[in-house]
Design a protein around this ligand. Sequence first.
Ligand SMILES: Nc1ncnc2c1ncn2[C@@H]1O[C@H](COP(=O)(O)OP(=O)(O)OP(=O)(O)O)[C@@H](O)[C@H]1O
Ligand SMILES: [Mg+2]
Length: 245
Amino acid sequence: MSPARVLLDVEGLSKHFGGVQAVLDLSFQVHEGEILGVIGPNGSGKTTTFHLITGFHRPDRGRVQFNGRDITGQPPYEVCALGLCRTFQVAKPFPEITVHRNVLIGALLRQPDPTMARSRADAILRRVGLEERSAMAAGSLTTIDQRRLEVARALATEPKLLLLDETMAGLNPTEVDEAMRLILGLREQGLTVVVVEHVMRAVMSLSDRIVVLNQGSKIAEGPPREIAADPRVIQAYLGKEYQRA
Ligand SMILES: Nc1ncnc2c1ncn2[C@@H]1O[C@H](COP(=O)(O)OP(=O)(O)OP(=O)(O)O)[C@@H](O)[C@H]1O
Ligand SMILES: [Mg+2]
């Protein structure tokens, strides 16, 4: 297999909040077409890393390159326009307007023709299983449907690289299977995906590689099988049940 092109290159990223070192000297790469898992205990810096990559926080140090271009500190809308979009762990839809409009706003970024943008929004809502809730106010969705909407809004902007922050939290096993199928389908379509997830069954089976964070630093990186057997990862995060993996 020829080495895939580096789509995202994160180098030496650091961020502190007061006395808390949320991310420390973090470097990793995401290759075009891969699914990269990012795991680690609560508070290990996963969401902050997404914030830093997508311009919601400015790093204290370090550099983010996307698609060959330095995007460090660029505002989120510019990063999104370049094709790098993320979901939020706590959903952030426009609560007063309909589910459909929330997705339409994203679709209009690439498709200025309103009729075309509308049908694109319809297709995405079907894809994430929200077509029947299309006319509801986004704020009245259940937490799980709000998470689906997060994914739909991100997809509407037609990203090359999609960062998913715990989109499977609280899903039942059938819904986790559906979410996994969706992510694999996106990759087949040519998207590159980074998943932050605590649902180990999903991360282990979806990811080509996994990066493990602990207290803001990377403690391991490699294919799922190696990560599941890594004593540092077992000690910091996975616990003993993974020792047999
Ligand atoms: N805006 C903020 N202000 C102050 N501290 C913050 C802020 N955002 C994150 N932190 C702190 O930074 C550290 C990393 O938090 P982060 O949310 O990135 O972790 P996480 O790995 O996403 O955790 P979880 O698995 O619980 O979502 C934590 O100690 C957190 O309390
Ligand atoms: Mg988080």
